[in-house]
Design a protein around this ligand. Structure first.
Ligand SMILES: NC(=O)c1ccc[n+]([C@@H]2O[C@H](COP(=O)([O-])OP(=O)(O)OC[C@H]3O[C@@H](n4cnc5c(N)ncnc54)[C@H](O)[C@@H]3O)[C@@H](O)[C@H]2O)c1
Length: 467
C-alpha cells in the first residue's frame, strides 16, 4: 500500500499560496475542508449470478458556489483521500478560470475492463440512484461529468437514471459530458485536451520564459512526450501535433515507446486499436517500462494519466523543459521543487486541465436555459435575445466575451462558441496567474492557488457565516 496522501499534497500547495494572502486563519482552514463526504456501498449482481459489493464516493468540497461540479472516476485507485483531493482541486480550478461552481468529485473503485457493458450500466445507474437519495446530484446542487475511466456513455446513463427518479424540469443539467442527442454540447469530449493545448500555447508565446528555458517561442518544432493516450492525452497530443509539435514518446498501460523522428498519432491510435497497446509500434523503440519515457529527452512532457507520476525518485531525471499537467496531481510537491530547481516550467493542473469544466459550464448553461446555442436568433427577436443573454450572465455571474456575444447573436455554431469561449478562458486565466507569478516571484502553481484563494475567500467574506 502506498503512503501517498493526495489530499495532503493539495493542501501543502494551498498553504504555500495562502501565505501570500491576508485572510483569517480560520477562514483559510474552512476553505480547505471538504464540506460533504459520501461513501456508499451497494451490491452488483454480476452476469454470472454472483454478487459483488461496489464501493463509491462523492465529495462536495466547497459549497461557496452551487452547484458543485466535478467528474466521476472509475479506477482501482479510487478511495476517499483521492476523491477529496480531486474535489478540492475542482474548487480551485473553477475559481482560477472563473467558472461559478464549487468543487466536487466522485469515483467508483473498479477496474472497468473486468466488467461487461451491462454490468457497467447497472453500476452507474445504482451509483446515480444512491447519489440522488443522499442529495448528491441535481442541476442546482451537484453536477457530475466524465473523468478517468468514464465518458459520454456513462453520463448518458446518469441522466437517464436521474430522469426516472426526479421530476426536475432542468433534469438535463444534472450531468455534463452527455451524448449530444441528450443535451450534450459539441466540443466537450475534446475540451480538456484542447484547453491543455491552449494553455501550453500561451506559455510558449512568452519570449522571456522560452529564453530562460533555452527554447524558441511558439509550439512549432517542439518535441513532446505524452503519458496516457485517453481522452485528455489523445486530444492534447492531437492539437499539439496539428500546431506543428512533434510527438517523440508515449506511455500507455502496456509500456512506453520513443522515436527521435516522431510518432504519427493517427497511425499509433490505429495500431493501439488493433493490438490493444502501443509497444512494438513500427519505427519506435520500446522502453523498459511505462514510466521510462517520462525521463526521455523532449521539450514538453504531458502527464495525462493519473496522480503521483513525477515523484522524488524520478524527478531528478526529468529532461523536459515544460511539464504540462494535463492529469490531476501528476507531480508530488517534492518532485515539484526538484523539477523547478532544475529550471523547468510547470504549468499546473489547477489551471491547465480546466478546459473540461469550462465547456461543461457551457453545457450546463445551455441545459438550464433550454436553448440550443447558435440557433437562438431563429426563435427570438434581437431584443428579447439580448435580454436572455443578460439573464444568463446574471445567473451565472459571468460576462460573455464580445466574440461569444457576436457568435450567439449572429448564429455562430455551437462549435465556434465553445472553441472561442474555451480559448478566451485559457488565455485570460494564464495571463492572470502569470501576473501573480511575477508579482509575488512564485511558481505558476502557487500563483494559481493565490488566484483561487483570493477569489473564493472574497466570496466567503461577502456571504458571511450562517446563522
Ligand atoms: N476527462 C476530462 O474531461 C478530465 C478533465 C480534467 C482532468 N482530467 C484528468 O486527466 C487525467 C486523465 O483523464 P482521462 O479522462 O483522459 O482518462 P481516460 O480514462 O480517458 O484515459 C487515461 C489513459 O491513461 C492510461 N494510463 C493509465 N495509467 C497509466 C500509466 N501508468 N502509464 C501510462 N498510461 C496510463 C489509460 O490506459 C488510459 O488510456 C486524469 O487525471 C483526470 O482526472 C480529465
Amino acid at each position: 500500500m502506498s503512503d501517498y496522501k493526495f489530499f495532503e499534497q493539495v493542501n501543502k500547495a494551498f498553504d504555500k499560496a495562502a501565505a501570500y494572502t491576508t485572510f483569517d486563519k480560520g477562514l483559510l482552514e474552512q476553505m480547505k475542508q471538504c464540506n460533504d463526504v459520501l461513501h456508499i456501498t451497494f451490491p452488483l449482481e454480476r452476469d454470472n449470478g454472483s454478487i459483488e459489493v461496489i464501493h463509491g464516493w462523492r465529495v462536495e468540497h466547497s459549497h461557496h458556489k452551487l452547484p458543485t461540479k466535478g467528474g466521476i472516476r472509475y479506477s482501482m485507485t479510487v478511495n476517499e483521500d483521492e476523491t477529496m483531493a480531486l474535489a478540492s482541486l475542482m474548487t480551485y480550478k473553477c475559481a482560477v478560470v472563473d467558472v461559478p461552481f464549487g468543487g466536487a468529485k466522485g469515483g467508483i473503485r473498479i477496474d472497468k475492463s473486468k466488467y461487461s457493458e451491462g454490468e457497467l450500466e447497472r453500476i452507474t445507474r445504482r451509483y446515480t440512484f444512491q447519489l440522488y437519495k443522499k442529495n448528491f446530484i441535481g442541476p442546482g446542487s451537484d453536477v457530475p461529468a466524465p473523468d478517468y475511466g468514464t465518458g459520454a456513455q456513462e453520463m448518458g446513463w446518469v441522466l437517464d437514471t436521474f430522469r426516472q427518479i426526479s421530476s426536475d424540469i432542468n433534469a438535463e443539467a444534472c450531468v455534463t459530458g452527455k451524448p449530444i442527442g441528450q443535451g450534450g454540447i459539441r466540443g466537450r469530449t475534446e475540451a480538456t485536451g484542447r484547453g491543455v493545448f491552449f494553455g501550453v500555447q500561451e506559455a510558449c508565446i512568452n519570449e522571456e520564459d522560452m529564453k530562460d528555458l533555452g527554447l524558441e517561442p511558439g509550439i512549432e518544432g517542439k518535441t513532446f512526450v505524452v503519458q496516457g493516450l485517453g481522452n485528455v492525452g489523445y486530444h492534447a497530443a492531437k492539437y499539439l501535433e496539428e500546431a506543428g509539435a512533434v510527438m517523440v514518446g508515449v506511455a500507455e498501460m502496456d509500456g512506453s515507446i520513443y522515436s527521435e523522428d516522431g510518432i504519427d498519432l493517427a497511425k499509433l491510435m490505429e495500431y493501439k486499436k488493433e493490438t490493444g497497446g502501443i509497444t512494438g509500434f513500427e519505427g519506435s523503440k520500446t522502453l523498459k517500462n511505462n514510466s521510462a519515457v517520462l525521463e526521455a529527452e523532449c521539450d514538453i512532457l504531458v502527464p495525462a494519466a493519473l496522480e503521483n507520476q513525477l515523484k522524488e525518485s524520478n524527478a531528478p531525471n526529468i529532461k523536459a523543459k515544460i511539464i504540462a499537467e494535463a492529469a490531476n496531481g501528476p507531480t508530488t510537491s517534492e518532485a515539484h521543487e526538484i523539477i523547478k530547481k532544475n529550471g523547468a516550467l510547470i504549468i499546473p493542473d489547477n489551471y491547465l486541465n480546466a478546459g473540461g469544466v469550462t465547456v461543461s459550464y457551457f453545457e450546463w448553461l445551455k441545459n438550464i436555459q433550454h436553448v440550443r446555442f447558435g440557433r437562438l436568433e431563429r426563435r427570438f427577436e434581437e431584443d428579447s435575445f439580448r435580454k436572455i443573454l443578460s439573464v444568463i450572465e446574471t445567473v451565472s455571474e459571468r460576462k460573455f466575451t464580445s466574440k461569444e456575444l457576436e457568435l450567439l447573436a449572429h448564429g455562430g455554431s455551437e462549435v465556434d462558441l465553445v472553441e472561442s469561449g474555451l480559448k478566451d478562458t485559457m488565455v485570460n486565466s494564464y495571463n492572470e496567474i502569470n501576473e501573480l507569478r511575477k508579482k509575488h516571484s512564485v511558481d505558476l502553481r502557487t500563483a494559481a492557488f493565490i488566484s483561487a484563494i483570493n477569489k473564493v475567500g472574497k466570496l466567503y467574506e461577502q456571504m458571511g457565516i450562517f446563522p
